[in-house]
Design a protein around this ligand. Structure first.
Ligand SMILES: C[S@@+](CC[C@H](N)C(=O)[O-])C[C@H]1O[C@@H](n2cnc3c(N)ncnc32)[C@H](O)[C@@H]1O
Length: 264
């Protein structure tokens, strides 16, 4: 009979399982970023991915000839990002251990054509100050005509149900099932409780990796105020479908938003 071991730990310490679930859509997302770069930005070839994780998009961008700057707070994710790069791409990819709240090295200031951060990672920034600091630092890195492509879910404070998403993937002989839950938002504390469970099923039994955290909440108004304070203006808006021919308006009922931000 198979055994289940339950562990409470950070799922980003296991990049291969993260990749098995979320590593798939890179080409479509890169097509979208290239279209955004041409339509709203400089069309230039220096890109930045804050919280780049396991580095799938960065490696794909480098393969398309872009210089990629990436950073992440997780040493395991960064190690995975480094190790996937063939020697021919390494000179075009600049990875470092750093935080969204503070990354703004002098050597890249005013040199980035396009920055992107697509999958609600921005919501890890757990205070107004942290979010503002991230946006201001990222703005400093952009060229005057550069853009920041920021994707995250806005919050409907009227929601009372738990939201659930489930994905499946594979790593060699192991099957991976990923379940994420977001509890109703706490408006006063500006946060939602989150839980991720990875179930790994392989020849040696079952294993569970469980991670619990809080995501900061942003409704339209809160996001607008923040962006203005950070010196950004919204120049384009899309859903997580990342379809360049299907922009949406700010009053859309879709909460999964990709914001195209330009310096004011
Ligand atoms: C959902 S993953 C996204 C990774 C990658 N951007 C992608 O789309 O696949 C979130 C990443 O954010 C990183 N992270 C969380 N908080 C961070 C912070 N304050 N500064 C830098 N990285 C952070 C985690 O280590 C993790 O790799």
């Amino acid at each position: 009979m198979s055994r289940t071991r339950k562990q409470a730990e950070d799922w980003y310490r296991h990049p291969k399982y993260y990749e098995a679930i979320f590593g798939a859509d890179t080409a479509r997302e890169l097509d979208f970023l290239e279209a955004v770069n041409a339509l709203y930005g400089t069309g230039g070839r220096t890109w930045l991915e804050p919280a780049c994780g396991a580095g799938g998009r960065g490696a794909a961008a480098a393969r398309r000839g872009y210089t990629l700057i990436g950073y992440d707070v997780s040493p395991e994710m960064l190690a995975h990002a480094r190790q996937r790069l063939p020697p021919s791409l390494r000179r075009r990819v600049h990875l470092s251990l750093d935080r969204m709240e503070s990354f703004a090295p002098r050597r890249w200031r005013g040199r980035v054509d396009l920055a992107f951060n697509l999958v609600s990672t921005f919501r890890y920034l757990d205070s107004e100050e942290a979010a503002l600091s991230h946006l201001r630092h990222t703005r400093e890195l952009l060229r005057p005509e550069g853009v920041y492509v920021l994707g995250f879910h806005l919050t409907d404070y009227a929601r009372t149900t738990v939201e659930h998403e489930r994905w499946v993937g594979r790593v060699g002989q192991e099957g991976v099932i990923c379940n994420t839950r977001e509890w109703p938002p706490d408006r006063r504390r500006r946060r939602s409780r989150m839980r991720n469970r990875l179930e790994i099923i392989g020849p040696r039994g079952r294993r569970r990796i469980e991670t619990n955290w809080y995501f900061r909440t942003w409704n339209e108004r809160e996001a607008e105020v923040l962006l203005t304070r950070a010196g950004f203006q919204l120049v384009g808006l899309y859903t997580f479908d990342a379809a360049i021919d299907e922009p949406i308006s700010w009053d859309s009922n879709r909460l999964d938003r990709i914001l195209i931000l330009a310096r004011r």
